[in-house]
Design a protein around this ligand. Structure first.
Ligand SMILES: O=C(O)c1ccccc1NCC(=O)[C@H](O)[C@H](O)COP(=O)(O)O
Length: 206
C-alpha cells in the first residue's frame, strides 16, 4: 500500500478536494521563502476544516526545534517534515512531541548514511524542493532498505507508475498537481490520486 501526500496546500478548497479524492496526508509549507508559504495562523483554519483521518504535515527548513514546536501548536498540525539541513539532534528534540519525516535533497546518488537518521520516515526529494524537477530513480537505491520511504520530486501522473512500481511507503507531490504555484488543479489531483488508488487495488489482487 502506497500512501499519497499532497504538499504545498495554501487554499481551503484544495485541501477539501485532496481529501475527497483520497489523499492520506496534506503538507503545509512553513518556510517563509517558499512561494507556497502560509503562516501558522493561516494554516490553522484549513487544517481544522479537514476530517480527522487525514494527516496534516508541517514542512520546515532549518527552523530551530523550539520554533517548530511553537508553530506546529499554533497551526494545529500533527507531523513535522524537516526539509533543510537539520542535525539529528533537532529531529530528536522535535520527535519527543511529533512524528518526524526527514526530507533529503538529492544532488546525486543517495547516501546510505541517511538510514540511521532519527525519523519515522525519509522523504527523498530533488535538489530544489517544490520545483517539479525529477531525478534518476537509481539515485534512490541506497535508501530502498528503509521501511518508510516517501518518494517526491517532480512526480506527475505521467511518471508516477515507475515510482509506484518501487512500492514505496508514500509518494509526495506538489507542482505536478498544480494549476499555478500554491493552487491545486482538481483534475490533476483526480488523475494522480486515482492512479495511486488503482495501483494499490491492483497490487492487493496479486
Ligand atoms: O514546495 C515548496 O515550495 C517547498 C519549499 C521549501 C521546502 C519544501 C517545499 N516543499 C516540500 C515538499 O514536500 C514538496 O512536495 C516536494 O518538494 C516535491 O515538490 P514537487 O517536485 O513540486 O512535486
Amino acid at each position: 500500500m502506497t500512501r499519497a501526500k499532497i504538499c504545498g496546500i495554501t487554499r481551503l478548497e484544495d485541501a477539501l478536494w485532496a481529501e475527497a479524492l483520497g489523499a492520506w496526508a496534506l503538507g503545509f509549507v512553513l518556510v517563509p521563502s517558499s512561494r507556497r508559504y502560509l503562516s501558522p495562523e493561516a494554516v490553522r483554519p484549513i487544517a481544522r476544516a479537514v476530517g480527522p483521518l487525514v494527516v496534516r504535515v508541517g514542512v520546515f527548513a532549518n527552523t530551530p526545534p523550539e520554533a517548530v514546536l511553537r508553530q506546529m501548536e499554533a497551526a494545529g498540525l500533527q507531523v513535522v517534515q524537516l526539509h533543510g539541513d537539520e542535525p539529528p539532534e533537532w529531529a530528536e528534540q522535535v520527535g519527543r512531541f511529533f512524528p518526524v519525516i526527514k526530507a533529503i535533497r538529492l544532488f546525486g546518488p543517495a547516501s546510505a548514511g541517511w538510514l540511521s537518521y532519527p525519523a519515522e520516515a525519509l522523504l527523498v526529494d530533488g535538489a530544489s524542493p517544490g520545483s517539479g524537477r525529477a531525478y534518476p530513480l537509481e539515485w534512490l537505491e541506497p535508501l530502498r532498505p528503509h521501511p518508510r520511504l516517501i518518494i517526491a520530486g517532480g512526480l506527475t501522473v505521467e511518471n508516477l507508475l515507475a515510482v509506484l512500481a518501487l512500492k514505496p511507503y508514500g509518494v509526495d507531490v506538489s507542482s505536478g498537481v498544480e494549476a499555478a504555484p500554491g493552487r491545486k488543479d482538481p483534475e490533476k489531483l483526480r488523475g494522480f490520486l486515482g492512479q495511486v488508488a488503482r495501483f494499490n487495488g491492483a497490487s492487493q489482487n496479486q
